[in-house]
Design a protein around this ligand. Structure first.
Ligand code: NAP
Ligand code: MG
Length: 502
């Protein structure tokens, strides 16, 4: 504890992180059953930012019990869809009213620039809640004409009900702590589920503050429970819990596979948003004034800690030098610094572990023959900063081209023939996102159709909207979040068939 930040910190945030933060179970803020806490760090300094209750199996047990009771017997299930929608809308209003405060929390806990947290993370989260609030009253079944050949002359009324799936366990990562909480909570609440949310150990603070707003908005006790803690303990207990009906996970593909195994015990429903190694393809007929900054932001936004980061940059040969040098030029201009410094354009990576991981990848790249035309190293020796890096001399079989680095490192590669690029772009175990830059509209749509990715951007990158489904092909995941697609993940269909015998 002991706040390790400059005096300009937002006073409410200073108060918030001064005391050990408790967990939210059944509408109450409680300490861990074990009494233990764990530290969360300020990645700009490496110093402890706050202490947080360390949830474990017993706390998950209590939280699931509360969520079960709220789902089976609480006022939540008796509320109208309109009442649910209004509560979610109110939560969005409260969140928006606290934009400044959430901006500080995200910046301090995750490292991202304050201005970005306020302009992107918080408004996107509020917008997601509003979009989902609107869905609460629009989740409908169908009436279905049935013929039943073996009951000639009989008449039936058949229809479907879309019902909430039940108690949902949600496990989220640290790269967009608040936004990932919103992506998960929004649809669960709109459909009438109850939730146990486990935030990432590196960034638990914004979810806990959001929990306070959830209670302030008036959600009944037990509808949302928030248990911070470690993945191997609290996360694993939640994924395996026999009384949890569904688990929704965002994180690494490796842990995603553990979640699938853990879910097998009671065959709970599973949705997964996992890693990526997304190809960003620049054709020679692209508008380079857009493609160059767009390709730089594709990899450097959020310090490359985006599951959809454009980490494989494929450029048509005749413009390769110009584009790669242009992206490197953009990288050199990026100002690294603490997220709270208004001049900062890129903050630190989230943790020492990530810093080591990214530097390990850089070393592996160099030893396999890659060359950095800019960056390539840790920056400074305080905090977890890495220089924005452009790698050239890279080959398809290198670790830095195959594996997700999750840092500000792009591998650039030329291609000579538009026909050759599709198999190369698709040669990945991942399939989360892709982009294509060209002025040829026919080529753009033809290529978009053939890219095996859940999102394809044309002449843009990192465009997100609550109405647009997001998720992965191949080992990038199961299911789609956002848009109306996500409602399928939180509802199940009941077929009702009535005999209308006279
Ligand atoms: P991670 O290790 O997979 O962690 C994600 C979450 O899972 C954390 O809350 C973590 O807890 C928890 N966890 C870890 N081990 C667990 C276990 N055995 N059982 C249950 N839960 C467990 O991922 P990360 O490295 O922190 O985050 C970065 C990864 O997330 C990247 O690979 C990125 O591609 C992916 N990601 C994907 C998307 C998407 O939408 N597709 C979005 C963001 C990030 P701890 O915090 O204690 O480890
Ligand atoms: Mg982790």
């Amino acid at each position: 504890m002991g706040i390790a930040v400059s005096p300009q910190i937002h006073p409410q945030v200073a108060d918030f992180i001064e005391k050990p933060r408790k967990m939210l179970i059944n509408g109450n803020w409680v300490s861990a059953a074990s009494g233990k806490t764990f530290p969360t760090y300020n990645p700009a300094t490496g110093e402890v930012l706050a202490q947080v209750a360390e949830g474990d199996r017993e706390d998950i047990e209590q939280a699931v019990k509360a969520a079960r009771k709220a789902f089976d017997h609480g006022p939540w299930r008796k509320m109208t869809a309109s009442e649910r929608g209004r509560l979610i809308w109110k939560l969005a209003d409260l969140l928006e009213a606290h934009t400044e405060e959430f901006g500080y929390i995200e910046s301090l806990d995750n490292g991202k620039p304050l201005g970005i947290a306020k302009a992107a993370d918080v408004p996107l989260a509020a917008d997601l809640f509003r979009y989902m609030a609107g869905w609460a009253t629009k989740i409908e079944g169908n009436t279905i004409p049935i013929s039943v050949p073996y009951t000639p002359g009989a008449k039936y009324l058949a229809y479907t009900l879309r019902e909430p799936v039940g108690v949902v366990g949600q496990i989220i990562p640290w790269n967009f702590p608040l936004l990932m909480a919103a992506w998960k909570l929004g649809p669960a609440l709109a459909t009438g589920c109850t939730v146990v949310l486990k935030p990432a150990e590196q960034t638990p603070l914004s979810a806990l503050r959001l929990g306070e707003l959830i209670m302030e908005a008036g959600f009944p006790e037990g509808v949302v429970n928030i248990v911070p803690g470690y993945g191997e303990t609290a996360g694993a207990a939640l994924a395996a819990h026999p009384d949890v009906d569904k688990v929704a996970f965002t994180g690494s593909t490796e842990v995603g596979k553990l979640i699938v195994h853990a879910a097998a015990g009671n065959l709970k429903k599973v949705s997964l948003e996992l890693g990526g190694k997304s190809p960003n393809v620049v054709f020679k007929d692209a508008d380079l004034d857009a493609a160059i900054p767009g390709s730089a932001s594709a990899i450097f936004f959020n310090h490359g800690q985006c599951c959809c980061a454009g980490s494989r940059l494929y450029v048509e040969k005749s413009i390769y030098d110009r584009v790669v040098e242009g992206v490197a030029e953009q990288a050199r201009k990026i100002r690294l610094g603490s997220g709270l410094d208004p001049e900062t354009q890129m903050g630190p990576l989230v943790s020492k572990e990530q810093l080591d991981r990214v530097c390990g990848y850089l070393e592996a790249g160099f030893s396999e023959g890659a060359k950095a035309i800019t960056g390539g190293h840790q920056s400074g020796n305080k905090g977890y900063f890495v220089e924005p890096t452009v790698l050239v001399n890279t080959q398809e079989n290198m670790k830095v081209v195959k594996e997700e680095i999750f840092g500000p490192v792009v591998a650039a590669m030329p291609f000579s023939d538009p026909e050759e690029i599709l198999p190369r772009a698709n040669d990945s175990t991942y399939g989360l996102a892709a982009a294509v830059w060209t002025r040829d509209i026919n080529k753009a749509h033809r290529v978009a159709e053939q890219l095996r990715a859940g999102t394809v951007w044309i002449n843009c990158y990192n465009i997100f909207d609550a109405a647009l489904p997001f998720g992965g092909y191949k080992q990038s995941g199961w299911g789609r979040e956002m848009g109306h697609d996500v409602l399928n993940l939180y509802t199940q269909t009941k077929a009702v068939c009535a005999n209308l015998a006279a």
